[in-house]
Design a protein around this ligand. Sequence first.
Ligand code: MOS
Length: 681
Amino acid sequence: MTERLESREKVTGAARYAFEYPVENVAYAAAVQASVGRGEVVAVDADSVLALPGVLAVLSHENAPKLHDPPDGELALFQSRTVSYRGQFVAVVVGETLETAREGARRLRVEYAAESPDVRLRTDHPDLYKPDKVNPTFPADTEQGEPEDAYGCSAVRVDVTYTTPAEHNNPMEPHTTLAQWNDDGLTLYDSTQGASSVQNIIARVFGLDRTQVRVVSPHVGGGFGSKGSPRPNVVIAAMAARAVGRPVKFAVPRQQMYATTGYRTPTIQRFRVGADSDGRLNAVLHDVVEQTSTVKEFAEQTATPTRVMYQAPHRRTSHRLVALDVPTPSWMRAPGETPGMYALESVMDELAVATGVDPIELRIRNEPDRDPENGLPFSSRNLVACLQEGAERFGWAGRDPAPRARREGRKLVGMGVAASTYPAYMAPNRATARAEPDGTFTIRIAAADIGTGARTTLALIAAETLKADLGDVRVEIGDSSLPKATVAGGSSGTAGWGTAVVRACEALRAELNGGLPAEGLEVSADTTEEVKAREAFSRHAFGAQFAEVEVDADTGEVRVRRMLGVFAAGRIINPVTARSQFIGGMTMGIGMALMEESVMDREFGDYLNRDLAQYHVPSCADVRDVDAVWVEESDPHLNPMGAKGIGEIGIVGAAAAVGNAVHHATGVRVRSLPITPATLV
Ligand code: MOS
């Protein structure tokens, strides 16, 4: 059990975040958002703002330099007069101070030719289409057997539609970039989940060689997926810095974040589930409708967990998208799995009620012995162990299955369960390991620690491989000048980065058999071939979420009394930071179940939420007793550490467990998140 290696720097304020780098002669940027939901910019009155003392530049489509090759419309800042959604950045003001820049942005008059935006997601939208794939590379639709017919002749049928709202990631640290041009190119101090990825993409945007871009991001104050790829802030800061010939700082204020840095798409999910009277699934049909923007296609993989979870001979999943005049959705913690498993695991609870089978027993009865979709063996699958261990610890056996059976004064009390899953991804990475002349070691990899404890985990992995003391291992991450690494995303960091670290350390140990040269010794590893050569397995982590809620019978207020997550995620490398990931995800699941909702302005476009007073996340008082444990799982088919990812699985299924507990407490099935008092009384 090892505390974060940088914990002292963080609590003393010594850890430097992107906005805090001291650079000479810095200027500040403030951006202007479109105030119409669709249309064109007709005119930008830059002159009156340029006349303000301290204003250095105003950039808009009228004068912005042409970008070389932005990979998508969200990064093509100020390249056309088109407004694709309300809140889109249309101009930036650069000033001597942050206050000057913001005042200039506030005063900038932009004239528009406005059209009325179409922002309403609906299942009968005429422009629904089937995407070529859903993220990252899954087929949009799958089908096996005769799902419609099989559903039609099943003894027990559940046909329900679940909806989830748009949700915003809301990391503590804003999306921030400090950009500085020099003779060698561009340096970016950036709040990102992937320095190497920002380096590549920004080089492409500005027509530079990737060696001309350096991205520095040793500390990142959260991302939850929203910093998984460069956002407009990076391009704005770099463009502004070039325009004024000075370093420029730009942090997206929370008020501007809701339109510009990504969010989880709202979903409408129809489930039809047919089973025999014992609850054995015969047919599962999961049809998803969700949104993207007109700027860039983002196709959330909402139905993919349904392809993995339960045995059923007849199955169908589908995704349909519509490109609305809305900000572009993006990754938010366990994209796909989170909304998809909320619906699936709520439906399983409905099936348990319909068949009279205990919800845990129902899941065990439908446990597949291979991946039900592709027929591959699971590298390991311990869902049943998680359910059983959790039932034991949580006191499931004493639960009266009847809804509304337990009342304590004004409180109705209920318990719910849901399963959890997340893929165990792994991508090629590079790392170097260096034996220093003084007997210590330095590990280098452009990995990111977004608050997860990744730096510490990699140090533990290196120390174990080197058979060295942890105190003798230094880990350098968060800089694109280090060996190229994948993003902190898809819960793949420990697996992907860790494998490269292990291989570099193994190679170093082998070479050190010849003795340590006076100048030290460095070796590097690249896991591309190793990842390619992996055997075909279905690799996923699993878990079981338990929740107990009390619902005020008069007001409908829901309180989560206690929550337990039991996970099977391979070998847990650092229990203290792993537990934080699990309970952090579960806490986010409480938010999803009871609070989080981004509200679209149907007439004018954009999300109405502007801050954490309008976008509610759980506070300490909402999170009374959340615990996470894990079962022993030894899986030889993963990576040298035997580890599956843990960053995202904690949120998956958590909202369903809470919703199922609310149903058990009240007898009310809310199929549209969040579950607020108004939905219950
Ligand atoms: Mo995560 S949403 O893959 O950063």
